[in-house]
Write a protein of this length. Structure first.
Length: 430
């Protein structure tokens, strides 16, 4: 049985930042990373942006930690930092008590100091919602990793005038639809069960702005539409989806983006996990799980948010991946400045020629301001106000300085209305 001071299960974005954090803290022990994908860690957000727009480019071009403006961690970087990064290595079981993992080829590796669980999340499937898809052999896609995105790109190349149906009106639906406008499909249709797109974050007035831009870009939006079945031809290729309304929507390429689920199965029953929302592996502020020497980082980590009184939260977002990874790395390396993560929720997206950010919570009443121009540059924002305080903010068409102010406000949570000088500075857009 091989041993390593640190063993990381999973080779995604959080894994890449964890390795970077160990190197930055001059960790001197041995490190083994086991990742199932054939690639070194990459910046996953690029998939539904430049990668899909351009029809793919070398994965090394968007290796971590490019998202932080740092040098990209390529093969040479891992080797220079003496990190044994094994790609194509699927872990089939984890023995938390022994900090030992078994690979699908039977190899066992155990950690002497720290076992880090970084298994991420997977795309929620239609079957998870009891929509049968076992009869579908082609034409139905999910989008989580490079292989998924390459399969979509290949389908678009095989049929450039395809009718594309996007199932889901959240991040994947919105970003993928935007990417597809750079291709030549005969049609792009987005179906989702809510009244408007991005229902989990946007109030109706903000959603209406983006919906108008999508419509102008040639995307057909079908709100209040829940997919309940998939029809296939004789060869099993998807030809249509059946909606709850009874309607059938025909297409050639169907891309599903209906949420994500944390990959906790390898440690369920061994570590404290949450069955109910937010789900994931319960960790403390330094990503330590319920067993000694075991950590969880990235999409699966459910950690206490200091600024919300220790409320346990889990964020499926690259920013949380990076922060949880760097926090755990400092703890594992015994860095003198290792400390509990003080996380401020942050989300962003870039679509069409637009770009938005959210800091803080999207709860309570919403106050919008600025100009929601129907064409060209738009510059507007919103505040979420709860119990008389600003708890979160939104910006579209912002400058870096505006974003910095927004972040500060979301951290400080000043009283509403504009009692804060900074708040009125951004509000002066109105
Ligand atoms: P999401 O939760 O953002 O959106 C899911 C959408 O699918 C919702 O509109 C939901 O109502 C809809 N839906 C559910 N069942 C449906 C059905 N049967 N028929 C039609 N619509 C249905 O999830 P996502 O877009 O799949 O994103 C997956 C993960 O990837 C998320 O965790 C997200 O945070 C992450 N991601 C983030 C970004 C970003 O932050 N910019 C970009 C891409 C992906």
């Amino acid at each position: 049985m091989a041993t390593s001071d640190v063993v990381v299960v999973g080779g995604g974005t959080s894994s890449g930042y964890f390795c970077r954090g160990l190197a930055d803290n001059k960790y001197g022990g041995t490190v083994t990373v086991l990742g199932a994908e054939p690639h070194l860690p990459y910046e996953r957000p690029a998939l539904t942006k430049g990668y899909l727009i351009k029809g793919g480019f070398p994965v090394a071009n968007f290796a971590t930690c490019a998202g932080r403006g740092l040098d990209k961690a390529d093969k040479a970087w891992y080797s220079a930092n003496k990190i044994d990064f094994r790609t194509g290595a699927t872990v089939s079981s984890v023995d938390v008590a022994r900090k030992a993992v078994t690979l699908s080829d039977g190899t066992v590796v155990s950690a002497t100091t720290a076992l880090v669980i970084a298994t991420g999340a997977r795309a929620t499937t239609l079957a998870d919602f009891k929509t049968r898809t076992d009869h579908v052999t082609a034409g139905l896609f999910y989008l989580r990793d490079v292989a998924d995105t390459d399969a979509i790109i290949a389908a678009l190349k095989a049929k450039p005038d395809a009718r594309v149906v996007l199932i889901g009106g959240g991040y994947i639906g919105m970003e993928t639809a935007a990417c597809l406008t750079a291709h030549t499909p005969a049609s792009i249709t987005m179906v989702f069960p809510e009244e408007h797109i991005m229902a989990r974050a946007f109030p109706p007035e903000i959603a209406a702005f983006y919906e108008a831009r999508y419509t102008a870009a040639g995307v057909t939006l079908m709100p209040n539409s829940l997919v309940e079945s998939v029809a296939v031809d004789g060869a099993g290729a998807a030809t249509a989806v059946g909606l709850k309304s009874g309607e059938h929507l025909e297409g050639d390429i169907f891309i599903v983006g209906i949420g994500g689920r944390p990959n906790t199965e390898l440690v369920a029953g061994q570590l404290s996990t949450l069955d109910k929302a937010p789900g994931g592996v319960v960790v403390d502020g330094q990503m330590r799980a319920s067993a000694d020497g075991v950590y969880a980082i990235g999409d699966i980590a459910a950690y206490p948010c200091k600024m919300y009184g220790g409320e346990v939260s889990r964020f499926e977002h690259v920013h949380s991946c990076r922060e949880t990874a760097l926090t755990a790395a400092a703890a594992v390396a015994g860095a003198p400045d290792a400390t509990d993560l003080d996380y401020l929720p942050y989300f962003y997206s870039r679509i069409l020629d637009l770009g938005w950010v959210i800091y803080g919570k999207t709860e309570g009443e919403v106050h919008t301001y600025g100009a929601m121009a129907s064409t060209g540059t738009a510059k507007f924002g919103a505040w979420w106000v709860k119990d008389g305080k600003v708890v979160g903010g939104f910006l579209e068409g912002f400058a870096d300085a505006d974003e910095a102010e927004l972040k500060k406000i979301a951290q400080e949570r000043p009283a509403w209305p504009h009692t804060n000088e900074v708040l009125s500075k951004i509000g002066s857009w109105q």
